[in-house]
Design a protein around this ligand. Structure first.
Ligand code: SAH
Length: 367
């Protein structure tokens, strides 16, 4: 970041903001003050930051911005889920979904416009990859939702959990995602504890080891198959980072404590949902501190996959459960506003083809 140019303060975590103020000959505590305004009070106009000197407010107006996306649509589902379509500065659109439950409120956040991983059951894959989101674009999703829901860290915390399970592979946008998660955790940011932030990955093994060092939030891994042959087909990334390596990284991630990795498993009729697959999965997860999250497949146009019938899903669930694996079936939420897993849509301009496209996105919410 060039100091002379206008900085988007949402791109900076506390350390970055401290550097920003130091570079201007000011004090580091300004970082906490400004963060309190932005994230604590939802104030994004420097003129309203009344505990800063007038001179500083003017300097900030000249040298910084607080860049928020434009809310193009705001939809409410019959089940209380809410979805925002957000237009970014370059015209790309992303979506963010809030899912209220009895005990918590979960916000599902995107990390990229599109995705480059090509998972065969995922509609985002068909649409290709456009670009990484900036830190500011990631944290702005939380800001917009918190503002709309009047969610506050000090009282009325409507957003209690954040899941990086929207569009994109968060570990392929590592620096920006980690910085955004630091702001989510910061007491002057959204004040969420590490275990209330979940990052979902298709399994970028080296980045899992790195994440443990940098920001050990709760980890969810999109497993979807109990053996390499099938996973190679469903999640092509498996050819680079096979199940053995992935599970070793997962074990390392949670260490010896009581934490567990959540393994996501999309239920595809006749593909990965037999009794034999369940038994193989049980063997595969032996010795791994694991929870399993079964996700009913959400179909999209031109897919050859179908959702496993309910009795099959229940039977698969029972087998895992009886083997002592904590298993949850993810509820389909917000499908009347196309906000369920696999139904989200963003819009983006693919600069390489120079035409706008519509992309479908899948998201999953921890049940
Ligand atoms: N790239 C990350 C995070 C985004 S996907 C990852 O792979 O984990 C969020 C979850 O939704 C993943 O578990 C993904 O496999 C799942 N998913 C993708 N397409 C789906 C679909 N059509 N129906 C149900 N779940 C889907």
């Amino acid at each position: 970041m060039s100091i002379a140019s206008t900085a988007n303060l949402l791109d900076l975590d506390r350390k970055g903001l401290e550097q920003f103020f130091l570079a201007r000959g000011d004090k580091t505590f300004r970082a906490a003050q400004v963060m309190k305004w932005i994230y604590g009070h939802g104030v994004v106009d420097f003129a309203d930051m009344t505990n800063l000197s007038k001179a500083l407010r003017v300097t900030l107006q000249d040298s910084a911005t607080i860049g928020l996306p434009e809310v193009v649509a705001d939809q409410l589902s019959d089940d209380g889920s809410r979805k925002w379509l957000l237009r970014l500065e370059d015209g790309n659109c992303i979506e963010t979904v809030f899912i209220p439950e009895a005990e918590r409120g979960t916000l599902c956040v995107s990390s990229q416009v599109g995705c480059m991983l090509n998972c065969s059951f995922c509609s985002t894959a068909e649409q290709g990859f456009n670009r990484n989101l900036t830190t500011g674009e990631i944290i702005a999703q939380v800001w917009v939702a918190a503002h709309a829901l009047d969610s506050r860290a000090d009282s009325n915390r409507v957003i209690s959990n954040v899941v990086m399970m929207g569009m994109g592979e968060p570990l392929l946008n590592y620096d920006n995602v980690v910085r955004a998660m630091r702001i989510m955790q910061d007491d002057y940011g959204f004040g969420l504890s590490k275990r209330r932030i979940t990052l979902s990955t298709a399994g970028i093994v080296p980045a899992i080891y790195q994440l443990r060092e940098d920001c050990d939030v709760s980890l969810a891994v999109s497993l979807h198959a109990p053996n390499d042959a099938l996973r190679d087909e469903l999640v092509p990334l498996n050819r680079k980072y096979p199940i053995g390596d992935l599970l070793a990284a997962c074990k390392d991630y949670v260490g010896e404590g009581r934490r567990r990795v959540t393994f996501e498993y999309v239920m595809l009729a006749g593909v990965n949902d037999s009794d034999a697959h369940a038994r193989e999965l049980i063997r595969c997860l032996e010795g791994v501190p694991a929870k399993v999250n079964l996700i009913p497949f959400n179909p999209f146009p031109n897919t050859s996959y179908a959702r496993s019938p309910k009795p099959r899903l229940d039977r698969f669930f029972d087998l895992l459960n009886r083997a002592g694996i904590v298993t949850i079936t993810r509820k389909t939420r917000g499908d009347d506003i196309d906000a369920a897993c696999g139904q989200l849509a963003g819009r983006f301009h693919d600069r390489t083809r120079r035409r706008s496209r519509r992309i479908s996105e899948h998201r999953g919410i921890e049940a």
